[in-house]
Design a protein around this ligand. Structure first.
Ligand SMILES: C[S@@+](CC[C@H](N)C(=O)[O-])C[C@H]1O[C@@H](n2cnc3c(N)ncnc32)[C@H](O)[C@@H]1O
Length: 335
């Protein structure tokens, strides 16, 4: 089937990477047909419940087609698509950023609506015909809207145990998805803190394991997991680097955000050293072929450290947090 994802614009590379990783994690056979600004067009044999899994997208749509962002071309595409709907419908056209400013989305909605056979219903339509004005115009039918409001409800300060400087749930979910973890698999955050990644991995059905060197963090993390309704978890007070003595080839996925020595302490260790010994330990505890998603300040030579430990670098994303901090998000695979 041909579909498209309407990606959020909150990061330049993560939304697309999250979709592709999530497709991999459900074992889909897929190929990218077009990669427009905030619209990813794909052919795939399945999508399962991917809309419940991805966080950095707005919608998943069935694809009718795409054309130049030109009114005549759009009308032609709509006519040629021969769209028939069962029940009522409405047309919604979304503009990405300021693209194709000369085209009125309202006019376009009206003109596309006139071509479609069916009963127009603006308030509660049974079908939503979805057009996106991006570098091209993409036309389809909404399959699933992504419920992004759920992430707001579990923002760090809403949870029983809070520490400043932790990642937002939407970003945690994307990082978890980058690990390609499947429901039922064993997922670890060895620097779990308040449990941001464990919550998101638990909510997609992974069995979650967490450790932190501080007992207060482990207790707080447990409160947060229970508050989010996660029951399948195991937490321990431990140094992340010591896990290799206990778990060999055990975990299916790791996502972690070790301390940068700014708001979370490295307990006196030099940053590079902490990353080096932790990543060497991750290599021991991950199953072969499985992925870890590790976050660091960009000044840490994470790629090199991971490669020296035997990992292959799968992908890398950079995120500017503030003037003096760029975060690096690295996905590595044990080979
Ligand atoms: C940046 S925070 C993690 C934030 C976490 N992702 C969250 O959602 O709250 C880093 C955590 O690593 C813990 N830590 C520091 N050194 C550690 C070590 N050697 N082993 C395990 N945990 C450690 C700190 O106590 C802190 O809770």
């Amino acid at each position: 089937m041909k579909i498209f994802f309407v990606l959020s614009g909150e990061h330049s590379t993560l939304p697309k990477a999250e979709v592709l990783a999530a497709l991999e994690s459900i074992g889909a056979e897929f190929r990218v047909l077009q990669d427009f600004k905030q619209v990813l067009v794909l052919e795939t044999d399945k999508i399962n419940a991917l809309h419940k899994r991805v966080a950095l997208s707005h919608a998943v749509c069935k694809l009718f087609g795409y054309c130049d962002a030109d009114v005549n071309e759009i009308i032609k595409l709509t006519e040629e698509s021969g769209i028939k709907v069962r029940g009522s419908f409405a047309v919604r056209v979304k503009r990405i950023e300021n693209l194709s400013r000369k085209i009125s989305t309202m006019e376009l909605e009206k003109n596309i609506g006139k071509i479609i056979k069916g009963k127009a219903e603006l308030k509660a339509p049974e079908n939503l015909i979805y057009g996106v004005l991006t570098d091209k115009f993409v036309l389809g039918k909404l399959l699933h809207k992504i419920d992004r409001s759920q992430y707001e409800k579990r923002k760090p300060h809403q949870r029983p145990y809070f520490r400043p400087g932790v990642m937002l749930p939407r970003n945690c979910r994307a990082v978890v998805n980058l690990t390609r973890v499947k429901a039922g698999q064993k997922f670890l955050d060895p620097f779990c803190g308040t449990g941001g990644f464990l919550i998101e991995a638990g909510l997609i059905g992974a069995k979650v394991y967490g450790c932190d060197i501080e007992s207060e963090a482990v207790e707080g993390c447990e409160k947060n997991l229970r508050w989010c309704g996660i029951k399948n978890y195991k937490l321990e007070v431990s140094d992340a680097r010591a896990l290799k003595h206990k778990y060999k080839n055990f975990f299916d996925a790791i996502a972690t955000d070790p301390p940068y020595g700014i708001s979370a302490s490295t307990k006196g260790l030099e940053l590079g050293e902490l990353y080096k010994s932790s990543i060497a330990s991750f290599y021991e505890i991950l199953k072969p072929g499985k992925c870890a998603c590790v976050i660091s300040p960009s000044k840490v030579a994470l790629d090199k450290i991971a490669q020296n430990a035997g990992f292959e670098v799968v992908e890398k994303h950079l995120e500017r947090i503030h003037r003096s901090l760029i975060r690096k998000i690295l996905v590595i695979r044990k080979v």
